[in-house]
Ligand binder design. Structure first.
Ligand SMILES: [Zn+2]
Length: 395
């Protein structure tokens, strides 16, 4: 069994040991060490990374009691003493986040009797699931304040190995799922937990805890938060964003929200005005379309490119509302498709639905409407002018 140095000293960054064996499994090459400071994935805490001699440790997993240090390529020679180096920045971040989670969960339990039922330590933020169906702003604030007070008070964090029988001596909120020797992580008079993770000596090293947000999730509350240096990084990022927004919106932070609201309201107003102007423009366009006099109707036809079919509908509608003798055939080529609108005033007796039905198969298309007003579309297997010609020929 490898000696777990991360349990003896969570601050060990460099250590010397020997390689017991080098093997390969589905995840790649790995070495097993005499003793290790590398923390393997477990208890919700991600594994460490770092180096052993000149080899990068990309993953550390405990597989059937064996701690496997995965390397990108195998050692040529595994004899002698090797130096292990922990990526300390990553480990210390995990320490801060992990211990922060203990503190925040305990704060929710202490202040509000909200129990943590699960947690996740992610790359950006952490989540805990609380066994409540709803949570208020003031609940979050209360727990956050208590958690940060515990951090400020620099309370000691102790670890202790106990037997199952000794467990009853401690006010644990949750019975540990492991049996045999159990590792307790204790913040005296505040939190007692069965936990196999790495922790700082004092709550002060967690730095700060900030709740970011929460949402309802499967009948309970899932809460997002960050701890330690992540709080500062997040503040830096958000502050940078706000500063940028200040110049984009030409407004100081204090009036940013009303400024943004005004901008959005103004834009909506302009969109509405633009829509009205477009309508007017379409009427002018409709009135400007010249027709050709046929036996007992005037034929108005036109082929367009890249226009919404709604505009064609409006043009056709406007013409037939003004000219009872008109037949309007409009087609448009949009991307890979051809679309058409055919409409007539009250005088012509032709059935435009029948006309269109004869043409739709030619473009693998379909459409519908009334005898006096049809629309539809299909594939651009011919030019828009050809489609127009086919329609006119069917009249
Ligand atoms: Zn822990």
């Amino acid at each position: 069994m490898t000696v777990k140095q991360y349990y003896q000293d969570a601050y060990m960054k460099t250590f010397y040991t020997s390689i017991q064996e080098q093997q390969q499994d589905d995840s790649g090459w790995y070495v097993v060490l005499e003793q290790t400071a590398f923390y393997p994935t477990g208890g919700g805490q991600p594994h460490d990374t770092g180096t052993i001699q000149d080899k990068r440790i990309v993953n550390v997993e405990e597989v059937s009691g064996e701690i496997r240090h995965y390397i990108e390529e195998p050692f040529d020679d595994i004899s002698g003493v090797v130096e292990g180096q922990i990526d300390w920045e990553r480990r210390f971040d995990h320490i801060q986040q992990h211990a922060g989670q203990h503190i925040l969960s305990a704060a929710f339990a202490e202040a509000l009797q909200y129990e943590t039922i699960s947690f996740h330590l992610g790359k950006e933020f952490l989540t805990i699931d609380l066994n409540v169906s709803d949570m208020s702003e003031s609940d979050a604030q209360e727990a956050e304040e208590l958690a940060n007070r515990i951090i400020r008070e620099a309370r000691a964090i102790e670890t202790k190995w106990v037997t199952e029988e000794e467990l009853s001596d401690y006010p644990l909120r949750k019975k540990p799922s492991v049996t045999g020797e159990i590792r307790l992580v204790i913040i005296p008079n505040f939190d007692y937990n069965g936990c196999g993770g790495t922790h700082p000596r004092s709550t002060s090293e967690v730095g700060a805890i900030k709740i970011l947000d929460w949402e309802k999730h499967k009948g309970h509350i899932r809460l997002q938060f960050i701890c330690g240096d992540r709080v500062l990084r997040q503040l830096n990022r958000k502050h940078g964003l706000l500063k940028e927004l200040t110049s984009v919106l030409q407004s100081p932070e204090e009036t940013m929200i009303p400024t943004a609201e005004q901008l959005i309201a103004k834009q909506k107003e302009q969109e509405k005005a633009l829509e009205g102007l477009k309508e007017v423009l379409l009427t002018y366009e409709a009135e400007g379309l010249l027709g050709v006099q046929k036996d007992d109707y005037t034929l108005i036809q036109r082929a367009y490119s890249d226009r919404p079919i709604q505009e064609l509908q409006k043009i056709a509608q406007h013409i037939i509302s003004k000219r009872e003798e008109a037949i309007v055939i409009l087609v448009v080529h949009n991307d890979q498709k051809l679309q058409l609108v055919a409409a007539k005033g009250s005088l012509p007796t032709i059935n435009l639905r029948e006309v269109a039905q004869k043409v739709f198969p030619l473009i693998n298309g379909k459409g519908g409407g009334k005898e006096g007003f049809v629309q539809g579309g299909g594939e651009a297997v011919m030019s828009k002018e050809e489609l127009l010609e086919k329609l006119v020929n069917e009249l």
